[in-house]
Ligand binder design. Structure first.
Ligand code: FAD
Length: 289
């Protein structure tokens, strides 16, 4: 089933994001996580695509298991950085063979050892090129990434939003946002996106903060701003893992509750492969009893 049809049927659409185990860890280690996550009846589960080729085949393998064994809709992430168009053809063919009808089309980050990577020399310079390419090839349902606080490599929010509008116009069916901790940022983003003519459904990306180390890494990686309440929480519980996790689950639950009250079209939970904490959040907000 194409995920785009879900937005006409229910509100909010609820999804989970998982990542494949590292290549030297057996792929089976994710199956227990999937058992627990699928019991929560998500509308779909997305599987990330490893940078640098490490776990790329696993994305298809795990997405296929989600779709064909657990009978939950799957969204396969696909980054085009470093891929030729014939390599993209192969990945898409593989997904099609597994009956996977939904792809999150991404550019990806520069390789870790080459921060000045020249994207202009690639077959696909931006995610919008990949969106256009997939759209011309098939009727796959295409999702794309959006950044309520602007993408880290774009200096101006308005420019980033114009790039997003162009990307959506190439054939994006729905958007999933980068994580954010202040819902007002998301609401402003939606208002601005609608104003410039981005009308597809937008799913809010929520990641629970479960320990102080994790949050520092996230902020360094994606630059999400920290509201005072979250800063105070990390200050207060940072050294106490158990209390920090409790507070992080409560914070994420409040974010989700507020988003639902404000009519969000979808919530995409970055699960970090931790079903217990995700279960608690969904119980807190009454989505799971
Ligand atoms: P783009 O949409 O191409 O944007 C990248 C940058 O280029 C932005 O700064 C944009 O403003 C700029 N830009 C776009 N078009 C133009 C233009 N025409 N002219 C000039 N500048 C332009 N990474 C992974 O490696 N694997 C994953 O599985 C993965 N999953 C993700 C899931 C979500 C929901 C999100 C939000 C991110 C994910 N990422 C993943 C990270 C993503 O790959 C990086 O953020 C990457 O740097 C940008 O990818 P993009 O698809 O947003 O790129």
């Amino acid at each position: 089933m194409k995920i785009s049809t879900l937005f006409q049927q229910k509100k909010p659409v609820i999804s989970f994001e998982i990542f494949p185990p590292k290549i030297n860890t057996p792929v089976e280690t994710i199956y227990e996580t999937l058992e627990d996550l699928t019991k929560l009846n998500p509308d779909f589960i997305s599987v990330t695509y490893g940078a640098g080729g490490s776990s790329r085949d696993r994305t298809k393998e795990i997405a296929s298991r989600i779709k064909n064994q657990y009978k939950v809709e799957a969204l396969a992430h696909l980054t085009c950085v470093g891929h030729s168009s014939s390599e993209i053809d192969l990945v898409l063919k593989g997904l099609q063979e597994e009956n996977i009808e939904n792809v999150l089309a991404l550019r990806g980050d520069p390789p870790a050892d080459n921060p000045d990577y020249d994207f202009s020399r690639c077959d696909f310079q931006f995610a919008s090129d990949l969106v256009k390419y997939i759209k011309n090839l098939s009727d796959t349902c295409i999702a794309a990434a959006a950044y309520p606080e602007g993408h880290a490599h774009c200096n101006r929010l308005s420019e980033d939003l114009n790039h997003l509008k162009y990307k959506v116009d190439q054939g994006v069916d729905f958007l999933i946002t980068q994580l954010f901790f202040d819902n007002r940022i998301f609401y402003n983003f939606i208002e601005n996106a609608r104003r410039i003519g981005i009308h597809c459904p937008v799913m809010a990306g929520i990641m629970p903060v479960l320990n102080a180390k994790q949050i520092k890494r996230i902020i360094a990686l994606c630059g999400a701003s920290m509201p005072a309440k979250l800063l105070m929480m990390v200050d207060k519980y940072g050294d106490n893992n158990e209390e920090m996790e409790k507070a992080g689950i409560e914070f994420a639950s409040q974010q989700v509750r507020d988003l639902i009250e404000n009519g969000v079209e979808g919530i995409h939970l970055y699960t970090m492969n931790k079903p217990r904490q995700i279960t608690e959040i969904l119980k807190n907000v009454g989505i799971v009893i």
